[in-house]
Design a protein around this ligand. Structure first.
Ligand code: IMP
Ligand code: MG
Length: 174
């Protein structure tokens, strides 16, 4: 199926929002160190840009969970594909996600990470689709709330494509 990408949030809009979130996090965590946990692969572009904007000491870790196939609808099934390298005990953890959609992935993930006894646990997402929420998830830092449309770019994919777009676009199927 052929598809077209229509710009929803420009590179400039996304970059300036990430700068804002970085400043907010730097303020909120003053005098502490933050441990960013990136949810692969989608969160990686966002995390790298955000980490550069944070002025308190930062450490990073990565994990990979799977809830989507190549379809555009959530299956509700969450599986850990790659776990973190480091324990979270006593750390001020911020989970970095590309998007919160149904919330299935995050509600499962946050519950699991909480059991590892971090000093604190927050969630930061670049995009949020509140209309689509099924599971109850508290988001601490949100870049943009967007309507219920399938988006790509800045880490988000359609069938593993378009992650490298420097902006957020809506996929239009022809
Ligand atoms: P949730 O479990 O339904 O909240 O969605 C989890 C994952 O689905 C996200 O981390 C994304 O990887 C993927 N996803 C949800 N909406 C979109 C979208 O609009 N474009 C690309 N991926 C999406
Ligand atoms: Mg994701």
């Amino acid at each position: 199926m052929a598809e077209k990408i229509k710009v929803l949030l420009s590179e400039e809009e996304v970059d300036s929002k990430i700068k804002e979130i970085g400043e907010q996090i730097s303020k909120d965590y003053e005098g502490r160190q933050v441990h960013l946990v990136c949810v692969l692969k989608g969160g990686s572009f966002f995390m790298c840009e955000l980490a550069k904007r944070i002025t308190v000491p930062v450490s990073l870790d990565f994990m990979s969970v799977s809830s989507y196939g190549s379809d555009t609808k959530s299956s509700g099934v969450v599986r850990i594909v790659k776990d973190l390298d480091e324990p979270l005990k006593g750390k001020d953890v911020i989970v970095i996600e590309d998007i919160v959609d149904s919330g299935h992935t995050l509600s499962y993930l946050l519950e699991m990470l909480k059991n590892r006894e971090p000093a604190s646990l927050r969630l930061c997402t670049l995009l949020d689709k509140p209309e689509r929420r099924v599971a109850d998830v508290h988001v601490d830092y949100t870049g943009f709330q967007i309507p219920d449309e399938f988006v790509v770019g800045y880490g988000l994919d359609y069938d593993q494509k378009y992650r490298n777009l420097p902006y957020i676009g809506v996929v239009e199927f022809e």
